[in-house]
Design a protein around this ligand. Sequence first.
Ligand code: ZN
Length: 123
Amino acid sequence: MVPQTRHGRACSRVSCRTVATMTLTYIYADSTAVLGPLATFAEPHSYDLCDKHSARLTVPNGWEVIRHVAETDAAGPSDDDLMAIADAVREAATAHLQPSQSGVAQVAHSSVGRRGHLRAVPS
Ligand SMILES: [Zn+2]
């Protein structure tokens, strides 16, 4: 019988009874081991691991490990997004302070244009 705990599944390592926090999935075709947030369902070729064992994960020679960090905030922009917007705004403000030499101004404008998707909306 699969060990069960009150909070979920236990680590799949032999003789470890710690609650699993990560799920390791082997993708044999790509020689890749993917370590991500605990899966909702147990799948073939996947193993639940506790913090300790996911940190100590080793894979066969030639294999690659991909570690996914859990999404903590899927609703709003992340700190990185906000920083990127702040940077874009700062860059745009700096561009306006450039001396009005036509060459310099054009370079600054095209730089801002490429970051158009980061344009901030005034509140
Ligand atoms: Zn463990």
